[in-house]
Design a protein around this ligand. Structure first.
Ligand SMILES: [Zn+2]
Length: 473
């Protein structure tokens, strides 16, 4: 249950510090108490302050971690410093191989499911208990950076290494997960792997007919990467509820708060609920000179008015947590001397409160209908593409992350994730929590994305400590 080296180190530490009496106690029990933070039995040996002797055993190899991040970034379809790694492409397959190899080197047993979610397991000494999982993604949108997602995969493998080097033995098995396609780049579906793990029947069905921009089907692409073999059923990916006792994702913040406030760790309490809408208006169009203003039904102006209505309804929610964006507004035919006959608007709206966000969607729908009738255009489509619920982190995971940050003497704060992650979907099948580390100016999804080795090292340490605690729960 404990390596000799670790035991000797413990003895050394105890005798040097003189704080903790060795007595006749089972040293394993002491280790478990130290990691879990919960007393296994009443003991009078500890001083009033919590024992933190184990903290000093957690050593992150930040040089190797940085080298791995740099190496993984070379599996890219665009030149450095940008990274482009799209689902099931040759570069994605090579990157996956690189990760599986590292998992193997760390002594994890590796398996993959039908869509290429990759799992590396370290068996606990009570391996029939439900395991604890951690992980993130390694796909990268075109011309993005090398830290998004990657820190939570390579960092998770390093967290396992940290625990192994410390002599720690997990009670529950620990599992590192690489999620397939967190980014929607190729098939327009974000968090594809984790949505399936969470048991999305609708997605499993849709994937049978889903094609990419080149008309390559999802199944064909998956097969080219070695997944979704003939006998594979996509629904085989679904996890049963209760497959993990906890899930933790380490991620760069992708926002400026931690850096601006000089904090090391963000402990995520909730992930905002995203929804996206597609709206089309159609009018008669016409010549920009010949059709006089009273005779127009301008689909472009309807779109413009709807964009302003989105802003009005979002601000009208009264909460700073409600956001809405019109990121796409297209006009047809798109000529300076032609009244737009068609317009297409895509709207992203998010909130940590699902009902408040859904109220905003309802108001946007009412506005679209009103604007169409007022301007004499047709509302030819109002489609809710996705309307996901928010996710709350589980208290047991929050407590473990907070306790780990405190024991490691790292500054931290509770915060909301306004971007969404695979954790949003893992929360449907497991108690969930997320750890953020600062990133330069909050930059993400661009080549300037950067997190320092120091900050990554802190994140990995807190992750390792958190996993250790959850493993002993
Ligand atoms: Zn990410």
């Amino acid at each position: 249950m404990m390596s000799l080296r670790f035991f000797l180190l413990l003895l050394f530490q105890f005798s040097v510090s003189g704080i903790l009496a060795i007595n006749n106690e089972d040293p394993t029990a002491k280790t478990m108490e130290d990691f879990s933070g919960y007393p296994l039995h009443e003991s009078t040996d500890y001083p009033s302050a919590p024992p933190n002797s184990l903290v000093s055993f957690l050593r992150v190899d930040t040089t190797t971690l940085q080298n791995q991040i740099d190496e993984l970034s070379t599996f890219s379809d665009t030149p450095a410093p940008s990274v482009t790694r799209i689902l099931y492409t040759e570069k994605d397959v090579l990157a996956r191989r690189y990760i599986k190899n590292l998992m193997g080197l760390s002594g994890l047993s590796v398996r993959e499911d039908a869509v290429g979610n990759i799992f590396g397991r370290w068996d606990g000494y009570e391996s029939d208990l439900v395991p604890v999982a951690t992980g993130s993604h390694i796909d990268a949108i075109p011309y993005s950076g090398k830290y998004d997602g990657v820190v939570g995969v390579l960092g998770a493998i390093e967290a396992i290494n940290v625990l192994k080097r410390s002599g720690f033995k997990p009670k529950r098995s620990l599992e590192v997960v690489l999620f397939t396609s967190e980014e929607p780049t190729r098939f327009g579906i974000s968090c594809l792997g984790s949505r399936l793990l969470a048991g999305s029947e609708a997605l499993a069905e849709a994937l049978k007919t889903t094609v990419d921009g080149q008309n390559i089907s999802f199944l064909e692409a998956a097969r080219s990467a070695g997944y979704a073999k003939e006998h594979d059923d996509i629904s085989s990916v679904f996890l049963k509820e209760g497959s993990y006792s906890a899930f933790v994702e380490l991620h760069i913040e992708q926002g400026p708060i931690l850096e601006a406030e000089g904090l090391s760790i963000g402990i995520v309490t909730a992930i905002a609920a995203p929804a996206s809408l597609k709206v089309d208006f159609e009018g008669n169009g016409g010549h920009a000179g010949a059709v006089l203003m009273p005779n127009r039904n301008d689909a472009g102006l309807a779109a413009a008015e709807l964009a302003l209505a989105v802003e009005k309804h979002v601000l009208g929610s009264g909460s700073i947590d409600t956001v809405g964006t019109v990121g796409i507004l297209e006009l047809h035919p798109g000529a300076i001397n032609s009244i737009p006959s068609k317009s297409h608007v895509e709207i992203d709206t998010r909130d940590i409160d699902e009902k408040r966000r859904n109220d905003v969607i309802e108001k946007i729908h009412q506005s679209a209908t009103k604007i169409a009738s007022k301007r004499g255009v047709r509302l030819s489509e109002f489609k809710i593409v996705n309307q996901d619920p928010p996710a709350l982190s589980d208290n047991s995971v929050i407590e473990a992350m907070e306790a780990a940050s405190k024991e490691l003497n790292l500054t931290h704060k509770l915060m909301i994730s306004r971007a969404y992650h695979d954790s949003l979907f893992m929360a449907r099948v497991s108690p969930m929590g997320m750890l953020f580390i600062p990133c330069y100016k909050g930059y993400s999804h661009k080549p300037e994305e950067y997190a320092s080795s120091h900050d990554m090292g802190n994140g990995v340490k807190v992750l390792a400590m958190t996993l250790a605690k959850l493993s002993l729960n």
